[in-house]
Write a protein that binds this ligand. Sequence first.
Ligand code: ZN
Length: 1118
Amino acid sequence: MNVNQSAPPGPPFGQNQPVYPGYHQSSYGGQPGPAVPPAPCGAYNGPVPGYQQTPPQGVPRAPPSSGALPASTAQPSGGQTTYSQFGQGDIQNGPSSSAQLQRLPGSQQFGSPLAPVVSQPAVFQPYGPPPTSTQVTAQLAGMQISGAVAPAPPPSGLGYGPPTSLASASGSFPNSGPYGSYPQSQAPPLSQAQGHPGVQPLLRSAPPLASSLTPPASGGPRMPSMTAPLPPGQGFGSLPVTQANHVSSPPTHALSPGTQMTGPPVPPPPMHSPQQPGYQLQQNGSFGPGRGPQPNYESSYPGAPTFGSQPGPPQPLPPKRLDPDAIPSPQLNELPPQQKTRHRIDPDAIPSPIQVIEDDRNNRGSEPFVTGVRGQVPPLVTTNFLVKDQGNASPRYIRCTSYNIPCTSDMAKQAQVPLAAVIKPLARLPPEEASPYVVDHGESGPLRCNRCKAYMCPLMMFIEGGRRFQCSFCSCVNDVPPQYFQHLDHTGKRVDAYDRPELSMGSYEFLATVDYCKNNKFPSPPAFIFMIDVSYNAIRTGLVRLLCEELKSLLDYLPREGGAEESAIRVGFVTYNKVLHFYNVKSSLAQPQMMVVSDVADMFVPLLDGFLVNVSESRAVITSLLDQIPEMFADTRETETVFAPVIQAGLEALKAAECAGKLFVFHTSLPIAEAPGKLKNRDDRKLISTDKEKTLFQPQTGTYQTLAKECVAQGCCVDLFLFPNQYVDVATLCVVPQLTGGSVYKYACFQVENDQERFLSDLRRDVQKVVGFDAVMRVRTSTGIRAVDFFGAFYMSNTTDVELAGLDGDKTVTVEFKHDDRLSEESGALLQCALLYTSCAGQRRLRIHNLALNCCTQLADLYRNCETDTLINYMAKFAYRGVLTSPVKTVRDTLIAQCAQILACYRKNCASPSSAGQLILPECMKLLPVYLNCVLKSDVLQPGAEVTTDDRAYVRQLVSSMDVAETNVFFYPRLLPLTKSPLDSTTEPPAVRASEERLSSGDIYLLENGLNLFVWVGASVQQGVVQSLFNVSSFSQITSGLSVLPVLDNPLSKKVRGLIDSLRAQRMRYMKLIVVKQEDKLEMLFKHFLVEDKSLSGGASYVDFLCHMHKEIRQLLS
Ligand SMILES: [Zn+2]
């Protein structure tokens, strides 16, 4: 490609060239060159239309050399050495140096082909349009004024970037998809006033602002629910005291429960003022304290009316108390009275997840989320929105528990709000969004701060006319290398800022130099090894035959990069029971050859040549092998298996091939055969609720940790597919996948006829997904905070580097931060996540994500900028890890105490004075109790009798690397009425709350949580509906437990099947359908997911838990 296009003579990308080495225009907006492997997310490379227009950047720019290069700009003394990331003991992401060298002995042969970065230009994607003045100012503004965002109509969105194309794109964005467009108003309207330091005392007992000017923290933008849009003009003054966000408890005078409530006056319900969606009042639904039953509660409840008044709901709202879901639920009236009054708290009066989700969709789903402004809270994960990267990482990559961090650790301790980020470095993007541009700085490699090793990013400040830059993370002043020099404009910004992703985007990639590779050699393309259990159970169930048949075609879909014609990944095959069989599938052979290794105690790979092969070259031999495997073992009587030696074998094969890779292990039973890693059945349900319960989650031997460590060193990721008929000790078998960044799938009692669709769907997705291999992730922070704890599927050999043998686009790492100094409101808090990895084609890259957060001296600002879904993600992972070392009850109590502390701190410091009988929730956290209760009653923390030890270990493992959207739906399932919305409606029906009270026996509902999918059929559903959907004439003829809906040619059938397909497409794993009939015995299974209700295992109902939480808070405050 045009490597030298703009570059003067001399070696392409040479360091001394005045030209911007590596950053060729061709790359930008250029055509993807075949030579260069495209970005890892091949599928998503589609250029965003809006971005295309950009003029090829490189061209117009005059070579910097033209004069500007000050002699003084001499290169940093250390030269590359200094550069190397290993400065101050930091190994991570750094070039290979010693640390990595030690880890990986093997040298790699295939380096050279990939090395020539030259081709990179191809990698680049069309870049954005040249900067506009708006952008500049907006960004600057963002840097300094945290409150700037506050004003309702956030200007930021509009002023930025190429407005046109993206905007229009958003319109067409599929509503149902995981992504969507959304509007802007992220900043809490009120924040401005409160944001200014000094205006208000830190800890006001009676926060004036809360009452008069601003509804306290409640103002969060996304809090919909009980809010009605407030015309901006009507100052907040009118909404005084009524803290919208406050859920006040029922009438209580002072402390005596049960009496009338003196709660804050409820403002005139702003109810139906559809205009001005931008401004929201906070919800105010005060609802009763849960203390005791209170007669009259319902009538005295003041806040209720505001509920459900979402802007512009299609249906007219009833005047009286509304169903928060704004969904007619006629069946409520049919319920026995005691069901409604049992709690004395109207379930409709407490914060509704459905309402919050719906309101956020309505308010933020229509315009793109523009990342140019610091500290903006993104739309909820349940809202479809498009993202425009203008300097901060997209929320698809990073979500934070709060976008406004307390300046001091004292404040943070007082609030107890965890400061954490959920990072998904290789997140897949919707086609409308461009994947990160790849930047090539040639042989000099990425530009970094000499001291802290942070990578060049939009947060760096150029000074001295552009000759130096000050690191925003550590304040170190660095020289700008001559070849990187550029003049500054009158605002102090480099004139080429918008031509360079690393100066204007929140996320981008650098091509890594050889310094970033193990042993200073560029890596070889990775390999996939399929390791198939051929013991009696695997054969008997038909698994082996099914799998072999599928692989024949699936191997054509191995991940490839960009325009590559075929995948660079090589494949190998092993079968096993008590012994291992390796296969030579070299292309020159007429038939595959099998080699048996029976010495499983000292595993080695009996052949090197011919074991890992290119699929297209060896296709005939591979096909022959896959045809023969099921036949060869058809009559096996071997029931025993080994497991650790299988992984060891795969690892040794990768070592021998000197490459990273992934093992796909298909396993059926507890490995009891004599071998390393042999396990015994130690399942013991009697340990539940005892101090020894934690042992159920711990591995029973250390063999697998040791093995995992070796795998990580080699970049060997392990994906495990389990097909158990009984206990297999998932807690132990999952150790290697967990520590190597792998995935685990479990199909209990697998039967081909019932489970093949699910298994094959998962397998196809798993094999095809893009993976980064041999990865190291480090999160750097600006002075004042640092990353202290990490959650997810990875390995850590020190306290800062997250090592991932493999990392795919589904996996997240949750990182917790703590203060180590004071932060300032002016400079904010900055995060930079750097992931060094090997792409599917074997290219070594660095993916950088930057995010700037605000800092506050007022606790109210913290509470106003929180993200409850992300908080729950963190808290669940924290708890699920806690069960490894502490009694489950202790873990539960810790969560409850933390939640109470968070809410009590808000009440004490941010809420306006009110009776102690009121429960007051911050607007942004009003769902914290309901969601936390779901975590507390989940199978890991409070198992029902039907939950097996393996199930718990499995779920524990799954949750550890879930992203925020996944934990959200996993803990609070979606319940969708199928028969209430018009048949011709193309959108997903509005959900209802996950409670039995919301089910009408005359309707059919769908429930899903990302893993399970149910269709519940009410006993009095109309005959015609039953016929349309199930093709039988009556309810009684519907087969309970049905897993497939008949394909019928009528609107209802098409609609329901279409909805199921669409939901499955959104989730990471195939959800198997189970049809449940009302009053049928399978219904118990379904009811387990109605998480607002009391559970059979003793989990509290939402209302009860809220009462309990209120009691805890009152104790803290008294
Ligand atoms: Zn620095």
